[in-house]
Design a protein around this ligand. Sequence first.
Ligand SMILES: *Cc1c(COP(=O)(O)O)cnc(C)c1O
Length: 451
Amino acid sequence: MDQYPVLAQTKPGEIKSNLPSNPPESPESFDQIFSDFDQIIMPGITHWNHPRFFGYFSITGSYPGIIGEFLSSALNINAMLWKTSPSATELEEVVLDWLRQMLGLPENFDAVINDTASVGSLCAMAAAREFTNLDIRKKGLSGRNDFPRLRMYTSDQAHSSIEKAAIVLGIGQENIIKISSDETYRMNINELEATLKNDLTHGMKPVCVIATIGTTSTTSIDPVEEIAALCMKYKIWLHVDAAYGGSAAVIPEMRSLFTGWEQADSIIVNPHKWLFTPIDCSVLFCRRPEVLKQAFSLTPEYLRTAEAGEVKNYMDYGVALGRRFRALKLWMVIRSLGTEKIINILREHIAFAQKLAWTIEQHPNFELLAPVPFSTVVFRFVPEKKSRESEINNLNEKLLDEINKAGKVFLSHTKLNGKFGIRLAIGNIKTTWEDVALAWEIIQAKARVWE
Ligand SMILES: *Cc1c(COP(=O)(O)O)cnc(C)c1O
């Protein structure tokens, strides 16, 4: 992989211009196809499996995960019903219970694999809507005046998929309330309670609160224990989005960051983010699987099976009927690495991030923009000569561009209270301290021009 730049150095339309616009009439040899794969496709690949991919959230398709994915496409089964491949259903039940134990979640959590966190959160929020007993499944939302405005609450740091799910569920963007976050980007609990009370006074119906453990921008952690207490008090569904951060719960000394999530009604953890499983594999844990099933179960005659009462038919727990055999790769990853090694690798990633954060803090021309609870560091370059925020922002944007253009590392960005921040996320199974140190050297070298 070292032969390739981490970030594809391609111009828009460049790949398309090298591909014929019509399909071939006669068969082509695999030699030809592979040759085009090398020469046309590979240059346009951004290497997410590269140990110096530090953008967004760094991921890895480890060897056991790749073999699992390969076998799953070779078998080409559809895990919609137990009957359509008993192994797929029963392995999914077992491996998700392994994952539950690894994360320290109580036994009353059931689980299902979806493609992405976006879809998992959509399903959880649909279950929350069902939990209101407003008969929305049957009667829908339009043309009714027999119930009040529905509200959902999250922080201004929540992932965009939460708002998108609210759009899809007919809640509407105006009714997904973004509670402000404090100086460390955690949801303001007092504002949440005040907003809930105010909405109730005005006859609205709170449906669910979505808390985040490991936000996408800074990996901040909402005060989940206090949010859970409020949800209990007002009888509202609590959904916890821990798509990235959730994996860190495998580390015993990190568990305290997760206090309260065991009281959630639903939780998202993405093994395809920080658990070495190839994309896609997102797990939705749910403490009320009967409600999730009530929201989604719909069985036409051709899908009716004799053993429906005794087995789990995963099609009942989500939007899609057809389901890939995703449990296989997760099973292979967990077996092949073992929990001890998984814990050690994640621990190391967190240690690298802490070491980098410490190093950045010591530098007179760089500053951290947020605390570093997991393995992601958000920082910026602040040269002495520049003082206007807009100038500093432009400079950091240019700096990030220069860093990425060099092709040795790939970093991404965020914006925090108007400040442009460079994000370095560690999560690849092969990343060593040398990779992180090289990134830091490149960052400093590129910045030196403006010092
Ligand atoms: C990455 C991320 C998501 C979206 O994950 P997908 O699986 O790509 O849909 C949602 N929430 C958080 C907190 C994330 O970090």
